[in-house]
Design a protein around this ligand. Structure first.
Ligand SMILES: Nc1ncnc2c1ncn2[C@@H]1O[C@H](COP(=O)(O)OP(=O)(O)OP(=O)(O)O)[C@@H](O)[C@H]1O
Ligand SMILES: [Mg+2]
Length: 241
């Protein structure tokens, strides 16, 4: 199953969720391939994987085959195709010559080699995000409990529909159960009758510390609230298949 993690709003937990959901799935014995489709390359950095070629950029320019770009991470069952800042140029060339199936095409040869392929998208609804939506069997939308969070959701849902994908679910991250805004956001999402993951990912500084240490939070603090939440989310994702 190919899952795109998308939300054009920045800093909502796309990368943290891709990394830790993948780590939780790998921990439960699944084979997972992460595709870092964001020129910021935060996902690659979060796993301490270098942006040296060949990366997803070489893959999309057809200078490398996917098998050459896949790196084993220190975690069993967890692999990644890293990104690099140069990928930003791909956004421009795709704008000139749109190719919404570029990711779908390059992932096809390895689709059956992994239980899950998860694509981390950049924070804008550009060519790379559209290609990721098109490649995905479904889309997971991380969202934070803040007043502007829902504003761009309509456009994203439209793009998901246009690309022929489907919304697997919204996942509320950076959830703080002491604040009314978190509870309100949850209630609004429930009322909206959108597909919604039951697991709320709590707001914890361990997310930052793990990122600084360049390891998944499941390795940084295996028994912490954040790691446990991501394991629950992984179970929900496994139930989808
Ligand atoms: N559950 C959490 N609790 C506290 N901090 C978090 C949590 N999840 C993510 N963060 C922090 O919030 C910031 C944004 O998270 P992340 O990079 O995953 O978002 P993103 O949507 O991928 O961002 P971008 O849009 O820039 O790609 C990071 O500094 C991350 O460490
Ligand atoms: Mg990110």
């Amino acid at each position: 199953m190919i899952i795109a993690l998308a939300n054009q709003k920045g800093g909502v937990g796309k990368t943290t969720t891709a990394l830790n959901l993948a780590a939780a799935l790998a921990e439960s014995g699944r084979s997972v391939l992460l595709i870092d489709a964001d020129p910021q390359a935060n996902l690659s950095a979060g796993l301490n994987i270098s942006s040296e070629a060949p990366t997803v950029y070489d893959l999309l320019t057809e200078d490398a085959r996917i098998s050459e770009t896949i790196r084993q991470t220190p975690y069993e069952g967890l692999h990644i195709v890293p990104s690099v800042l140069d990928l930003a140029a791909m956004e421009l060339s795709l704008a000139k010559a749109p190719d919404t199936e570029c990711l779908l095409r390059v992932l096809k040869p390895v689709k059956d080699d992994f239980d899950y392929i998860m694509i981390d998208c950049p924070p804008y609804l550009g060519q790379l995000t559209v290609a990721a939506l098109r490649a995905g069997d479904g889309v997971l939308v991380p969202m934070v409990p803040s007043v502007w969070a829902i504003a761009g959701l309509g456009k994203l849902l439209e793009a998901i529909e246009t690309t022929g994908s489907r919304l697997l679910g919204v996942v509320l991250t950076q959830y703080d159960r002491r604040t009314a805004v978190s509870a309100d956001m949850w209630n609004n999402l429930v009322k909206a009758e959108l597909p919604l993951f039951r697991t709320r990912i709590p707001k914890r500084v361990a997310a930052e510390y793990a990122a600084i240490a360049r390891v998944p939070v499941l390795a940084y603090e295996p028994d912490g609230a954040l790691a446990r939440a991501y394991r629950r989310l992984a179970k929900e994702v496994e139930e989808l298949a």
